[in-house]
Design a protein. Sequence first.
Lengths: 309, 397
Amino acid sequence: MPINLKEQTTKPERLGPGHRFCAGCAEPIVIRQILSAIEEPVVIGAATGCTEIATSMYPTTAWNVPWIHNAFENVSTTISGVEAMYRSLVRQGKIPERNLRFVAIGGDGATYDIGLQWLSGALERGHRFIYVCLNNEAYMNTGIQRSSATPTGAHTTTSPSGSVIPGKVQWRKPLTEIIAAHHIPYVAQASPSNWRDLMEKARKASAANGPSFLNVLADCNRGWRHATDTTIDVMRLAVETCYWPLFEVDNSVWKLSYRPKEKKPVEEWLKTQGRFSHLFQPQFRHVIDEIQARVDEEWVALLKKCEAV
Amino acid sequence: MVVSTKRALEGAHASAHAMRQINPDVVAAYPITPQTAIVQTYSQYVADGEVDTEFIAVESEHAAMSACIGAAAAGGRVMTATAANGLALMWEELYIAASMRMPIVMSCVNRALSAPLNIHCDHSDSMGARDAGWIHIFSETGQEAYDNTIQAVRIAEHPDLLLPVMVMQDGFITGHAVELVEVADDASVQRFIGSYSPAHSLLDIDHPTTFGAWDLYDYYFEHKRQQTDALSKAMKVILEVGQEFGREFGRPYGAFEPYAMDDAEIAVIVLSSTAGTCRTVIRELRQKGLKVGLLKLRVFRPFPAAELAEALKGVKAVAVLDRSISFGSMQGSGPVFLELCAALYAAGSKTKAINYIYGLGGRDVLPVDVERVIHELKQVADSGEVTSLVSYLGLRE
């Protein structure tokens, strides 16, 4: 179902104003886009992280929908329990069927790193839930530590740029592909800069009869180091440089969602952010070339998977 | 009218049988020796359509308790089972379950914690979780495991408590031993536990509730105070439910079970299956005129401190048998001993107390070991002197 912008403006907010996200944070933008796209009633689980602490400080809550936080690593399992209870109570006739959707939200730390086992287990069991990874590419809530989603060359407090080492040395974990390898009904990679694409993917995820997974880029200007009013521009550049390609894996069929008219050099994205500034020193410029080579290689591989060469 | 039948059941099967009759809405569990008999028996009930339960075969014990918390927040009845390292892996979630006031009932088939790896009985697993905020109930026999599991549902869901309950039985010794267990008819069990409808549910989309909000220094402390108050109220509920169970099913339960205590000058305190060995030895020694009694402790959390001090009034010396060590505590004593010492001190008691560590990693405790305890206890009572505060039973030294 296509997204009608006018309709979207009149829908009640599920994440209310008054939350404590930082100015310019992409996370509430992503959450509002996704929750606005999903037409059905939702129950939400959140992993420990920015979303959790910015929306649920007792005695206040920013949530106008049922919401639960359990711990850092286990939001997929917590929502598994909620979903199982729903199925049990409906099947027994103890509560009416209300076509509920169950949404689990975790950052890249909760998803790529500490919670990967819990997520994999929940996907294998086939619970019907939508997992949203708000991928800001580091442990931002605790003050910018590297995760396995952090880009090569990025400065974080646990992968600092020094006189010898140019920030994070390793390449990011290919999580979207790892999730796709579970052959769940729907997997997609998205960015709120391309909001219509993200919202349509949220609808497809909601319609999937089983687990679905959205890996969404979620800029953190505190960690990425740029002005608070350039969030969407920076994410758009990640897409336009093919650093963050948009695609979906719908019932195991790979499909490219967006092909930039002109694939921009990754350097254009890197230079918008302070976390990469050291790479522009002469002794570290080779890292930019290495990133470009890897991005190119992965882009070609993705096109092949999508049979879009 | 309760219709009971006697069935030959292993302890773990007695627990699974109680679970079938409780028919929880969700069970999330992971197999681990010696608890596996429960999870696999229950899986068969699900496969045969004998229960309405949605069974979640999770990928770890941490996930088991994580799913239980989500399911309990969604407003239904939730159960699980574990042992040993599985319980240890749940550690984070045990605290969260209790602190979020989720009335989850869990069987714990007590087994030694690693390292070294050992699959046999001691109490180091559940004792490691003794400050997690759960109610801890120990069972001597398969019958008690059955009875305690049914009562646990009522205790956990009591509106004054809303606390998770762990029901223990000794791994292999009870869990894998066949005993005659008197099981009630399904309808009587259902009538006793009643229906459950919590005030708040995640699935109530018309009244959206935020579960698991975070707290800072301005509220956390008050919430912890509420939590400890709930544990303080638990003993009254446990005793009421134990009496009501007795009226319905003919087997009443208290916080502990006294045996030959009326005129006892010395006494032994012990948990679970070893109470049987102690009772046999005490019966024989009573025939020889020794004034010795037994307090079989059933409820460890909340600890019946004042009640035990009262029960020990007039007793000159008491020996606590502990099947685990609180490493680094006073002379490396056991958790039950430490609690009892605190209880006696707070009550201003003059009763001498000594501690025996026994049965670690499934080491047998024999009647001759208990005889030794009572013999040494008699010397303490006669002399008024404690020469050895902590000793070991059946240990090669």
